[in-house]
Write a protein that binds this ligand. Structure first.
Ligand SMILES: [Zn+2]
Length: 202
């Protein structure tokens, strides 16, 4: 769950990121303060990052409770933007709180010793949990892919009770409550785009 103030104006970088991994002995989630523990801002595999100057200003506030359809909170916002703006893609980033209820969250185990071919193999490898509110979520989403092989939405969450990971959807549609703050992006950068694309899940 990347959250970094970058170096600048004579100040060093500050890393508030968290990471989630599995306890190999128990299979439970271990949430760690990544910046404090590993003293690095490096990351591997992939990241969907929202970058801002951190200045105060107007933001979009979204309050929502009770889920009536299949789409998760982020998909609802993304699909609404896509319906409205169509061929003009809109990218958003921000943070939201799952204030009440529970959510389906995955944590990556150790890397698979064999290649994972297909979504089913990926899902069998990932470890899924039903995690409890309050969950603090960081999200990046783009209303539609312009052909960059984007992951059009990606949300990770952490908490102050030891749970965190990759957000899929809430599992308590009748009682769930969300509160979020978002901003539209001005530019989209696709860095180190893979030459071979796989169209695989998460
Ligand atoms: Zn993820």
């Amino acid at each position: 769950m990347p959250n970094v103030s970058t170096r600048g104006d004579g100040k060093p970088e500050v890393n508030h990121s968290y990471s989630a991994k599995l306890n190999p002995a128990t299979g439970e989630c271990i949430l760690e303060n990544y910046g404090e523990k590993y003293k690095t801002c490096d990351f591997a595999l992939l990241a969907n990052l929202y970058i801002s100057e951190g200045k105060p200003g107007k933001v979009v506030e979204v309050r929502s409770s009770r889920r009536t359809g299949q789409s998760n909170f982020v998909s609802c916002m993304r699909e609404a933007l896509d319906r409205h703006y169509g061929k003009k893609p809109v990218g958003m980033g921000g943070t939201f709180l799952i204030q009440k209820g529970k959510a389906k969250i995955h944590v990556m185990p150790e890397f698979s010793p064999c290649p994972l071919n297909g979504d089913e193999a990926v899902n069998n490898w990932l470890k899924f949990f039903d995690m409890s509110a309050p969950l603090i979520c960081q999200s990046v989403y783009v209303s539609r892919d312009l052909g960059f092989d984007l992951r059009v939405e990606h949300t990770h969450c952490f908490s102050h009770h030891g749970e965190g990971g990759h957000y899929h959807y809430d599992t308590t549609p009748d009682t769930v409550e969300y509160l979020g703050y978002f901003l539209p992006a001005e530019h989209l950068y696709r860095i180190d785009r893979p030459e071979q694309i796989h169209k695989l899940g998460w």
